[in-house]
Ligand binder design. Structure first.
Ligand code: CP
Length: 323
């Protein structure tokens, strides 16, 4: 399987936060911080990836991830192509690998890939040319590493160091690629405590090896936490009835104002989106002053700029470089 670090420990691909050294995770956060100034200026561009071509290859729907990858690439002065998979020649029977080889023949430098199958980004990384990088924009229930990094970046901006923080991830952990990537990344940077709050039916079997404390009682799990991350019920990945009803789920696991009051008074509320108001989170909580949900979206641009520039900065013919 393709490694995501080269022999010097630099990012070649970005496929997962699992097993990434702390130094690499912190470098992504630091590079994102240096790019945050760029996106706040009136001219929001730097020439780091001028002449590079980045292809967005999304086999699953997306609002936030696809658009912020596109904006991030444009802020770095790269040329960006968005492939509409629904109108591509894959509908005429072309295989994924043939499609990739044809796109590579157009001299692209990076694929940003979202796919419904776990492992799809690794598979593509195993088959691209040595000069092409692959960034995982979400594969099945496996990983969504740039979402995890933008979440850590948002936490650090609001809360400072990770060591003293209690972070609660609430909801459908079983089907969540975001939760897996967050748990690995939070443990990788030494977060004080990661709590997972969910019914038994929405927890993965390998929960014990993820390095988190499990709560089935949401009120106990939210007590004194500094960060609450709510997750959507991912019905598109559910097989069979894992819940009595959405109403019952909200009653037992919804983040309401009363439950938010159990956390630290200055706790922040996060959600990777899309939100289902009244299912996993009360509307008033999603919109309250403690909510940083839209900050997460904004921070996705600087974080994705960091990941793309770090993957391409050390290419031999590169014009790219760190911030
Ligand atoms: N958080 C996230 O992945 O959102 P999208 O599906 O809109 O990209």
């Amino acid at each position: 399987m393709s490694g995501q670090l080269d022999e010097q420990g630099r990012l070649r691909h970005f496929l997962t936060t699992e097993g990434l050294p702390r130094e690499v995770l912190e470098r992504i956060l630091g590079t994102a911080e240096s790019f945050s100034g760029v996106i706040e200026k009136s001219v929001k561009k730097v020439p780091l990836l001028r002449g590079r071509t980045i292809i967005n290859l999304f086999f699953e729907p997306s609002t936030r991830t696809r658009t912020t990858f596109e904006l991030a690439a444009k802020r770095l002065s790269a040329d960006v192509l968005n492939i509409n998979v629904a109108t591509s020649a894959t509908t005429k029977g072309e295989s994924l690998l043939d499609m990739l080889q044809n796109l590579q023949a157009m001299q692209c430098d990076m694929f940003v890939v979202r796919h419904a199958d776990s492992g799809a980004a690794h598979f593509i990384a195993d088959h691209v040319s040595p000069h092409v990088s692959v960034v995982n924009a979400g594969d099945g229930r496996h990983a969504h590493p740039t979402q995890a990094m933008l979440d850590l970046y948002t936490i650090r901006r609001h809360k400072g160091d990770f060591e003293s923080l209690r972070v609660a991830i609430v909801g459908d952990i079983l089907h969540s690629r975001v939760a897996r990537s967050q748990i690995h990344a939070l443990n990788g940077v030494g977060a004080g405590e990661v709590r997972l709050i969910a019914p038994r039916t929405l927890l993965p079997r390998d929960i014990d090896r993820l390095g988190a404390h499990v709560y089935h009682d949401i009120d106990a799990g939210l007590r004194d936490v500094d960060v609450i991350i709510a997750l959507r019920l991912q019905k598109e990945r559910m097989q069979g009835a894992l819940l009595p009803s959405e109403h019952e789920y909200y009653r037992l696991y919804g983040i309401s104002r009363e439950r938010l009051a159990l956390a630290q008074p200055d706790a922040i509320v996060m959600h990777p989106g899309p939100i289902n108001r009244g299912v996993e989170i009360e509307s008033a909580v999603a919109d309250c002053p403690q909510s940083v949900i839209l900050d997460q979206v904004t921070n996705g641009i600087a974080t994705r700029m960091a990941v793309m520039s770090m993957c391409l900065e050390h290419r031999e013919d590169g014009t790219g470089g760190g911030a």
